[in-house]
Design a protein around this ligand. Sequence first.
Ligand code: ATP
Length: 466
Amino acid sequence: MDHSPWQRCLSVLQEELPAQQFSMWIRPLQCVIDENVMTLYAPNRFVLDWVRDKYVNRINELLTLNEPSNPLLLRFDVGSKPIVDNSAGSNSSNSNPSSVNGGSNEALFSKSSATSKVTEPESNIPKKTNVRLNYTFDNFVEGKSNQLARAAASQVADNPGTAYNPLFIYGGTGLGKTHLLHAVGNGILLNKPNAKIAYMHSERFVQDMVRALQNNAMEKFKQYYRSVDALLIDDIQFFAGKERTQEEFFHTFNALLEGNQQVILTSDRYPKEINGVDDRLKSRFGWGLTLAIEPPELETRVAILKRKAQESQINLADEVAFFIAKRLRSNVRELEGALNRVMANANFTGRAITIDFVREALRDLLALQDKLVTIDNIQKTVAEYYKIKIADLLSKRRNRSVARPRQIAMALSKELTNHSLPEIGDAFGGRDHTTVLHACRKVKSLREETHDIKEDYSNLIRTLSS
Ligand SMILES: Nc1ncnc2c1ncn2[C@@H]1O[C@H](COP(=O)(O)OP(=O)(O)OP(=O)(O)O)[C@@H](O)[C@H]1O
């Protein structure tokens, strides 16, 4: 086996590609060379498709440059190392509840079912799935902010256990993570109506485990969780600091992956940033595919509003949808709440839904938004976030530790307030509007290329909009 042609490719690609792209798509590839065939193994199909789509030409060029007379033939395959963990329980198939639960109010491992002899799980697991039927891919509005997560989730629904395992979706509150989890559940059930899908909020997992421990029902607990075709755990950040739960989940997780059973997890932050969760668990979270959902951009917010109105058989004029979407930017839950309020008011008063009507119906909410997001507020929040002084943001200093936060603050001002470019320039120490424009463009490209900036920007939007 000779890896050197691939090593040479890697060093060129590392030079050529933004760091984020290189580490997301290229670094995970494993190379095996056999005679004149170079096989690149991708950890999952998503990465494979992406690499084949975007980078194959460049890789072929580099291989030809490397050996012009007899370049290696390039092949791709999906390959993942077997997950071996002897301490993990077996992938039990004997419990086999005919359907699954997890979200009903009834405890799965309650005292009544835990006698000294462990009862069959089937006896106290309600016979219905807890996947919410109204959260589907069809009614999930797609936009730039959620496109990748939606695409990956839909592939998982079509190929559970084999596409990306685990699938880890993270993002701020109210952005559609729970919706996508259920959509996957519904998608799997569409193809395979008897599949056992367990949706579970992580706090519920903790409660069930504590109950099982108290009642000596751990065997049953394990059997139950390891018997599902897909385990969907929401808001995994609540595992923080709960070591015993993490230990148990670690074994469940390993057993599921070994059995090609699908695991999907969501969290409000990037897995590595979840404090209080064991490193080995965090690293496993990254074994499949990790994707972010970002706050929706204006057009998506408008599309969501129109879609929700349509579902309620209300015709929402474009200008009204834009008016609401421009003012309420933080998350979809807030948008939905506002729209519901507008529709209820219209229903009650019998008035038409115009911009004036919305202004009145949402007066308190809009006033709160206007008050919250001012340029002053943005400057204060950004300065605090980067631990610099507000005066630095307004100063002429150009070193990066100040210039970058300043550019981010300008871009945020453009996105979150209705001020014009010259007004924003004025507020940042009397700068020209072209400087503000440059800052907005720079931050946009940095957000696409640099993971840290993307995270910082999302965190700041979240802080400013909450
Ligand atoms: N892209 C979308 N299209 C349609 N509806 C959406 C979309 N994104 C979110 N929603 C709706 O917004 C509401 C909030 O979404 P959801 O509960 O999935 O958020 P979440 O990210 O899980 O939040 P949390 O972290 O607070 O649990 C839901 O009613 C969901 O249907």
